[in-house]
Design a protein around this ligand. Structure first.
Ligand code: GUE
Length: 304
Protein backbone atom coordinates (compact mmCIF):
# COMPACT_ATOMS: atom_id res chain seq x y z
CA UNK A 1 0.00 0.00 0.00
CA UNK A 2 1.45 3.32 -1.04
CA UNK A 3 -0.09 6.48 0.33
CA UNK A 4 1.14 9.67 -1.20
CA UNK A 5 1.04 12.77 0.99
CA UNK A 6 -1.49 15.29 -0.26
CA UNK A 7 -0.75 18.84 -1.28
CA UNK A 8 -0.49 21.13 1.71
CA UNK A 9 -3.70 22.76 2.84
CA UNK A 10 -3.99 25.16 5.69
CA UNK A 11 -6.25 24.53 8.66
CA UNK A 12 -6.11 26.78 11.68
CA UNK A 13 -2.85 28.23 10.39
CA UNK A 14 -1.10 24.87 10.34
CA UNK A 15 0.25 23.48 7.08
CA UNK A 16 -1.31 20.07 6.80
CA UNK A 17 -0.35 17.41 4.31
CA UNK A 18 -2.12 14.42 5.88
CA UNK A 19 -5.78 13.82 5.27
CA UNK A 20 -7.72 14.30 8.47
CA UNK A 21 -9.92 11.40 9.53
CA UNK A 22 -12.99 13.16 10.88
CA UNK A 23 -14.33 11.28 13.91
CA UNK A 24 -16.97 13.88 14.65
CA UNK A 25 -18.69 13.54 11.27
CA UNK A 26 -18.38 9.75 11.32
CA UNK A 27 -19.84 9.56 14.83
CA UNK A 28 -22.81 11.59 13.62
CA UNK A 29 -23.35 9.26 10.64
CA UNK A 30 -23.17 6.12 12.78
CA UNK A 31 -25.44 7.61 15.45
CA UNK A 32 -28.03 8.38 12.76
CA UNK A 33 -27.84 4.76 11.60
CA UNK A 34 -28.26 3.53 15.17
CA UNK A 35 -31.16 5.92 15.78
CA UNK A 36 -33.05 4.37 12.84
CA UNK A 37 -32.43 0.85 14.12
CA UNK A 38 -33.43 1.81 17.67
CA UNK A 39 -36.72 3.26 16.37
CA UNK A 40 -37.39 0.08 14.40
CA UNK A 41 -36.53 -2.06 17.43
CA UNK A 42 -39.01 -0.08 19.51
CA UNK A 43 -41.73 -0.64 16.89
CA UNK A 44 -41.17 -4.37 17.11
CA UNK A 45 -40.54 -4.83 20.81
CA UNK A 46 -41.82 -1.78 22.67
CA UNK A 47 -38.42 -1.62 24.38
CA UNK A 48 -36.24 1.46 24.68
CA UNK A 49 -32.63 0.40 25.35
CA UNK A 50 -31.26 2.00 28.51
CA UNK A 51 -27.69 2.75 29.56
CA UNK A 52 -26.91 3.14 33.28
CA UNK A 53 -23.68 5.05 33.91
CA UNK A 54 -22.10 4.90 37.35
CA UNK A 55 -19.88 7.75 38.44
CA UNK A 56 -17.94 7.59 41.70
CA UNK A 57 -16.58 10.94 42.89
CA UNK A 58 -16.45 14.14 40.87
CA UNK A 59 -13.45 13.91 38.55
CA UNK A 60 -14.01 16.73 36.02
CA UNK A 61 -12.82 14.64 33.04
CA UNK A 62 -15.26 11.86 33.96
CA UNK A 63 -18.05 14.44 34.17
CA UNK A 64 -17.29 15.46 30.57
CA UNK A 65 -17.34 11.85 29.32
CA UNK A 66 -20.54 10.99 31.16
CA UNK A 67 -22.22 14.09 29.77
CA UNK A 68 -21.20 13.19 26.22
CA UNK A 69 -22.63 9.68 26.71
CA UNK A 70 -25.93 11.09 27.92
CA UNK A 71 -26.14 13.41 24.91
CA UNK A 72 -25.38 10.52 22.55
CA UNK A 73 -28.19 8.52 24.19
CA UNK A 74 -30.58 11.41 23.60
CA UNK A 75 -29.57 11.70 19.96
CA UNK A 76 -30.07 7.98 19.27
CA UNK A 77 -33.30 7.55 21.23
CA UNK A 78 -31.87 5.59 24.15
CA UNK A 79 -32.79 6.07 27.79
CA UNK A 80 -29.94 6.88 30.13
CA UNK A 81 -29.48 6.93 33.87
CA UNK A 82 -26.67 8.43 35.90
CA UNK A 83 -25.94 6.92 39.31
CA UNK A 84 -23.60 8.97 41.47
CA UNK A 85 -21.66 7.78 44.49
CA UNK A 86 -19.48 10.05 46.65
CA UNK A 87 -15.67 10.04 46.32
CA UNK A 88 -15.39 8.17 49.65
CA UNK A 89 -17.90 5.44 48.72
CA UNK A 90 -16.81 1.94 49.71
CA UNK A 91 -16.33 -1.01 47.40
CA UNK A 92 -19.41 -2.61 48.98
CA UNK A 93 -21.51 0.49 48.23
CA UNK A 94 -20.57 0.19 44.59
CA UNK A 95 -21.05 -3.60 44.47
CA UNK A 96 -24.51 -3.18 45.94
CA UNK A 97 -25.46 -0.64 43.27
CA UNK A 98 -24.15 -2.90 40.50
CA UNK A 99 -26.15 -5.85 41.87
CA UNK A 100 -29.30 -3.76 41.71
CA UNK A 101 -28.60 -2.66 38.14
CA UNK A 102 -27.77 -6.25 37.13
CA UNK A 103 -31.29 -7.42 37.96
CA UNK A 104 -33.12 -4.27 36.82
CA UNK A 105 -34.98 -5.29 33.65
CA UNK A 106 -35.20 -1.68 32.51
CA UNK A 107 -31.40 -1.37 32.42
CA UNK A 108 -29.69 -3.03 29.45
CA UNK A 109 -26.17 -1.62 29.68
CA UNK A 110 -24.04 -0.78 32.71
CA UNK A 111 -20.95 1.41 32.48
CA UNK A 112 -18.83 2.08 35.55
CA UNK A 113 -16.77 5.13 34.71
CA UNK A 114 -13.03 4.61 35.20
CA UNK A 115 -10.77 5.44 36.96
CA UNK A 116 -12.26 4.56 40.34
CA UNK A 117 -11.06 6.00 43.66
CA UNK A 118 -8.14 4.06 45.17
CA UNK A 119 -10.12 2.36 47.96
CA UNK A 120 -11.99 0.41 45.28
CA UNK A 121 -10.51 -2.61 43.49
CA UNK A 122 -11.26 -2.01 39.83
CA UNK A 123 -11.00 -5.62 38.70
CA UNK A 124 -13.38 -6.71 41.47
CA UNK A 125 -15.94 -4.20 40.19
CA UNK A 126 -15.58 -5.07 36.51
CA UNK A 127 -16.21 -8.74 37.35
CA UNK A 128 -19.42 -7.84 39.17
CA UNK A 129 -21.14 -6.32 36.12
CA UNK A 130 -23.37 -8.91 34.45
CA UNK A 131 -21.56 -10.02 31.28
CA UNK A 132 -24.69 -9.39 29.21
CA UNK A 133 -24.88 -5.78 30.42
CA UNK A 134 -21.14 -5.15 30.17
CA UNK A 135 -21.17 -2.56 27.37
CA UNK A 136 -17.49 -1.70 27.98
CA UNK A 137 -16.53 -5.37 27.41
CA UNK A 138 -14.31 -5.25 30.50
CA UNK A 139 -15.67 -8.39 32.22
CA UNK A 140 -13.12 -11.25 32.04
CA UNK A 141 -15.66 -13.43 30.22
CA UNK A 142 -16.10 -10.80 27.53
CA UNK A 143 -12.35 -10.13 27.31
CA UNK A 144 -11.77 -13.86 26.87
CA UNK A 145 -14.35 -14.01 24.11
CA UNK A 146 -12.60 -11.16 22.25
CA UNK A 147 -9.27 -12.98 22.43
CA UNK A 148 -10.95 -16.14 21.14
CA UNK A 149 -12.49 -14.25 18.21
CA UNK A 150 -16.12 -14.70 19.27
CA UNK A 151 -16.89 -11.34 20.84
CA UNK A 152 -20.18 -10.56 22.59
CA UNK A 153 -19.46 -6.83 22.75
CA UNK A 154 -16.55 -5.07 21.09
CA UNK A 155 -14.58 -2.79 23.44
CA UNK A 156 -15.56 0.78 22.65
CA UNK A 157 -12.29 2.56 21.96
CA UNK A 158 -10.68 -0.30 19.99
CA UNK A 159 -13.91 -0.64 18.00
CA UNK A 160 -13.81 3.11 17.36
CA UNK A 161 -10.27 2.78 16.01
CA UNK A 162 -11.31 -0.06 13.72
CA UNK A 163 -14.38 1.82 12.46
CA UNK A 164 -12.54 5.07 11.74
CA UNK A 165 -10.11 3.08 9.57
CA UNK A 166 -12.65 0.87 7.78
CA UNK A 167 -15.18 3.62 7.12
CA UNK A 168 -12.43 5.69 5.52
CA UNK A 169 -11.59 2.75 3.22
CA UNK A 170 -8.27 2.12 4.90
CA UNK A 171 -7.29 -1.50 4.49
CA UNK A 172 -6.27 -3.27 7.71
CA UNK A 173 -5.76 -6.74 6.30
CA UNK A 174 -2.10 -7.62 5.89
CA UNK A 175 -0.91 -4.25 7.18
CA UNK A 176 1.61 -3.81 9.94
CA UNK A 177 -0.26 -2.14 12.78
CA UNK A 178 1.99 -0.86 15.55
CA UNK A 179 0.15 -0.10 18.79
CA UNK A 180 1.92 2.07 21.33
CA UNK A 181 0.41 1.33 24.75
CA UNK A 182 -0.59 -1.94 26.44
CA UNK A 183 -3.56 -0.95 28.55
CA UNK A 184 -6.47 -3.29 29.28
CA UNK A 185 -8.82 -0.67 27.80
CA UNK A 186 -7.10 0.07 24.49
CA UNK A 187 -3.77 -1.57 23.60
CA UNK A 188 -4.43 -5.17 24.61
CA UNK A 189 -7.98 -5.58 23.25
CA UNK A 190 -7.15 -3.67 20.05
CA UNK A 191 -4.20 -6.00 19.41
CA UNK A 192 -6.46 -9.01 19.95
CA UNK A 193 -9.11 -7.65 17.57
CA UNK A 194 -6.81 -6.64 14.73
CA UNK A 195 -4.76 -9.86 14.75
CA UNK A 196 -7.96 -11.91 14.50
CA UNK A 197 -8.85 -13.85 11.38
CA UNK A 198 -11.50 -12.24 9.25
CA UNK A 199 -12.56 -9.09 7.44
CA UNK A 200 -11.55 -5.79 9.01
CA UNK A 201 -8.69 -7.56 10.80
CA UNK A 202 -5.94 -9.97 9.64
CA UNK A 203 -3.30 -7.40 10.53
CA UNK A 204 0.27 -8.00 11.61
CA UNK A 205 0.28 -6.47 15.07
CA UNK A 206 3.17 -5.18 17.16
CA UNK A 207 2.54 -3.81 20.65
CA UNK A 208 5.09 -1.39 22.12
CA UNK A 209 5.24 0.18 25.57
CA UNK A 210 7.43 2.08 28.01
CA UNK A 211 10.02 -0.70 28.17
CA UNK A 212 10.34 -1.14 24.41
CA UNK A 213 13.92 -0.78 23.15
CA UNK A 214 14.44 1.54 20.18
CA UNK A 215 10.80 2.57 20.16
CA UNK A 216 11.18 4.96 17.22
CA UNK A 217 12.62 2.18 15.08
CA UNK A 218 9.54 0.07 15.75
CA UNK A 219 6.99 2.86 15.26
CA UNK A 220 8.68 3.75 11.95
CA UNK A 221 7.81 0.27 10.68
CA UNK A 222 4.09 0.91 11.07
CA UNK A 223 1.75 1.11 8.11
CA UNK A 224 -0.87 2.03 10.69
CA UNK A 225 0.34 3.56 13.96
CA UNK A 226 -2.10 3.64 16.90
CA UNK A 227 -1.03 5.60 19.95
CA UNK A 228 -2.61 5.20 23.39
CA UNK A 229 -0.08 5.95 26.11
CA UNK A 230 -1.36 9.08 27.79
CA UNK A 231 1.71 11.24 27.22
CA UNK A 232 0.91 14.55 25.50
CA UNK A 233 2.39 14.90 21.97
CA UNK A 234 4.83 12.03 22.53
CA UNK A 235 4.95 10.78 18.92
CA UNK A 236 7.02 13.13 16.75
CA UNK A 237 7.38 13.25 12.98
CA UNK A 238 10.68 11.33 12.98
CA UNK A 239 8.93 8.34 14.63
CA UNK A 240 6.51 7.94 11.71
CA UNK A 241 7.10 6.37 8.31
CA UNK A 242 6.23 8.78 5.50
CA UNK A 243 2.74 7.93 4.24
CA UNK A 244 1.71 6.02 7.36
CA UNK A 245 -1.76 6.26 8.87
CA UNK A 246 -1.75 7.64 12.40
CA UNK A 247 -4.56 7.09 14.90
CA UNK A 248 -4.26 9.16 18.07
CA UNK A 249 -6.22 7.72 21.00
CA UNK A 250 -4.73 10.09 23.60
CA UNK A 251 -6.73 12.79 25.35
CA UNK A 252 -4.57 15.09 27.45
CA UNK A 253 -5.71 18.38 28.90
CA UNK A 254 -2.84 20.86 28.97
CA UNK A 255 -3.77 22.95 32.01
CA UNK A 256 -1.43 25.84 31.23
CA UNK A 257 -2.82 26.43 27.74
CA UNK A 258 -6.27 25.07 28.60
CA UNK A 259 -6.37 22.93 25.49
CA UNK A 260 -6.86 19.29 24.61
CA UNK A 261 -4.06 17.45 22.83
CA UNK A 262 -3.46 13.83 21.87
CA UNK A 263 -0.42 11.59 22.28
CA UNK A 264 0.75 12.64 18.81
CA UNK A 265 2.44 15.89 17.85
CA UNK A 266 -0.27 16.71 15.33
CA UNK A 267 1.47 19.61 13.67
CA UNK A 268 4.70 17.71 13.03
CA UNK A 269 3.26 14.29 12.29
CA UNK A 270 0.65 15.59 9.84
CA UNK A 271 3.59 16.62 7.62
CA UNK A 272 4.66 13.00 7.13
CA UNK A 273 1.53 10.87 7.62
CA UNK A 274 -0.96 10.23 4.82
CA UNK A 275 -3.93 10.18 7.24
CA UNK A 276 -4.25 11.32 10.84
CA UNK A 277 -6.99 11.52 13.45
CA UNK A 278 -7.29 14.84 15.30
CA UNK A 279 -7.81 15.41 19.03
CA UNK A 280 -10.49 16.43 19.80
CA UNK A 281 -12.77 15.29 17.00
CA UNK A 282 -11.14 11.92 16.35
CA UNK A 283 -11.43 8.54 18.02
CA UNK A 284 -12.99 9.93 21.23
CA UNK A 285 -16.22 10.67 19.39
CA UNK A 286 -16.36 7.09 18.16
CA UNK A 287 -15.78 5.66 21.64
CA UNK A 288 -19.01 7.21 22.86
CA UNK A 289 -20.88 6.02 19.78
CA UNK A 290 -19.74 2.44 20.36
CA UNK A 291 -21.05 2.53 23.95
CA UNK A 292 -24.43 3.39 22.44
CA UNK A 293 -24.18 0.61 19.87
CA UNK A 294 -23.30 -1.91 22.59
CA UNK A 295 -26.22 -0.79 24.73
CA UNK A 296 -28.55 -1.39 21.81
CA UNK A 297 -27.00 -4.81 21.25
CA UNK A 298 -27.34 -5.59 24.96
CA UNK A 299 -31.06 -4.81 24.76
CA UNK A 300 -31.46 -7.15 21.78
CA UNK A 301 -29.47 -9.85 23.57
CA UNK A 302 -31.63 -9.61 26.68
CA UNK A 303 -34.81 -9.82 24.63
CA UNK A 304 -33.74 -12.96 22.78
N1 GUE B 1 -15.86 2.60 31.95
C1 GUE B 1 -15.31 3.46 31.11
N2 GUE B 1 -15.60 3.41 29.80
C2 GUE B 1 -15.06 4.30 28.93
O1 GUE B 1 -15.34 4.25 27.71
C3 GUE B 1 -14.17 5.32 29.44
C4 GUE B 1 -13.89 5.32 30.81
N3 GUE B 1 -14.47 4.39 31.62
N4 GUE B 1 -13.06 6.25 31.34
C5 GUE B 1 -12.44 7.26 30.53
C6 GUE B 1 -12.31 6.87 29.06
C7 GUE B 1 -12.16 8.03 28.09
N5 GUE B 1 -13.35 8.02 27.28
C8 GUE B 1 -13.71 9.01 26.37
C9 GUE B 1 -15.00 9.30 26.04
C10 GUE B 1 -15.35 10.35 25.21
C11 GUE B 1 -14.40 11.15 24.66
C12 GUE B 1 -14.79 12.29 23.78
O2 GUE B 1 -15.94 12.52 23.50
N6 GUE B 1 -13.83 13.11 23.33
C13 GUE B 1 -14.08 14.27 22.52
C14 GUE B 1 -13.76 15.58 23.25
C15 GUE B 1 -14.18 15.63 24.67
C16 GUE B 1 -13.74 16.92 25.35
O3 GUE B 1 -13.92 17.99 24.76
O4 GUE B 1 -13.22 16.81 26.48
C17 GUE B 1 -13.21 14.24 21.30
O5 GUE B 1 -12.18 13.56 21.34
O6 GUE B 1 -13.55 14.90 20.35
C18 GUE B 1 -13.08 10.88 24.94
C19 GUE B 1 -12.74 9.82 25.79
C20 GUE B 1 -14.15 7.00 27.66
N7 GUE B 1 -13.58 6.28 28.64
Amino acid sequence: MVWRPRAAESKAGIDVTAEILDGKALAKTIQEEIADEVAEFFQESGITPCLAAVLVGDDPASEVYVRSKRKACERTGLDSQLHRLPEDATQDDLLELIKKLNVDHNVHGILVQLPLPKQIDESRILQAVHPWKDVDAFHPENVGRIVQGRPRFLPCTPHGVQEILLRNNIEIEGQHVVIVGRSDIVGKPLAAMLMQRGPGANATVTVCHSRTKNLAEVTRMADILVVAIGVPEFIKADMVKPGAIVVDVGINRLEAENKLVGDVDFEGVSQVASHITPVPGGVGRLTVTMVIQNTFEAARLQLA
